[in-house]
Design a protein around this ligand. Sequence first.
Ligand code: PMP
Length: 315
Amino acid sequence: MNAQAPRYAWLNGEFVDWDRCVLHARSQGAFWGANVFEGVRGYWDASAGQLRLFRMHDHLLRLRRSMKSVRMELPFHGHEIQDSSLELLRRNEFTTDVHLCIVAYFDSGPQFDPLAPTEHTGLHLTAIAKPRSPAYHRGAAACISSWRRISDDTMPPRIKTGANYHNSRLAQHEAIRNGYDTALLLNQRGTIAEGPGSCLVMVSDGVLVTPPATSGALEGITVATVERLAAEELGMSLVRREIDRTELYGADEAFMCGTLAEIQPLISVDRLPIGDGQPAPITRKLQAIYDTVAREGKGGLPWSLPVYPFPAGNG
Ligand code: PMP
């Protein structure tokens, strides 16, 4: 038993002990990563004694879109997934930032054939305490990976399936072995796609630029949040267009963004400093704005879903 593990998980309609949240080794989900999933962050607001899930609705919409593309049906509705997720967080009595994973998987196929179409599907929910990455503060050094990003005509990155993360693992592990914090993957055209688990945004001449989904990036919810907050709070626009490798070398600022990464400054690429090689001002401003909106549920936007009916510890 992992000492860090929370007490409960949720599997196919039941709250179960963490260690009992298991799939059979020969299920298609466990064997070939035949699943679709979402990772959602919960932000702990200590002053209000409240935990808030950020953009849960949008994550559930993306899960539905992934399910459609892999032709998966689930015996659970979105509102059941949401209610069970909230109850799971309450049962585990989290009073920290959390990462909730919602995983819909294909179970064993006929004759245990891992490739056979099957209507046997399942769902598991797990949430863990997830402190912010140290790279949020100090920034990250990235390399351009020798691995190319998967593409829509082979393994569509738009479908958020576990199997896609083999590509991410190859790139991330290579980067770590070579002394970097993370990697950026190019697509088959040689322009930048994204990181192993987050999208890239660069700041050039006062404009935010990010590769479009057609460059091989996931349609990021965090990028969409940044787009809206940058427009409303900083009067800055975000443009989706292809980005060349050497264009990034010359950017004023750059950051990775994703549910887990949040907004993470990129301080160098291929050992070339971005700007002056320090987390830069627009990135820092966006971090602060994002944190306030996500943690305190501010901004008048229907993005935050409170977990506790009363302040935690008092109810
Ligand atoms: N790309 C990949 C490969 C990811 O796994 C993630 C994290 N979900 C992202 C980008 C960022 O997406 P989001 O902002 O929706 O979390």
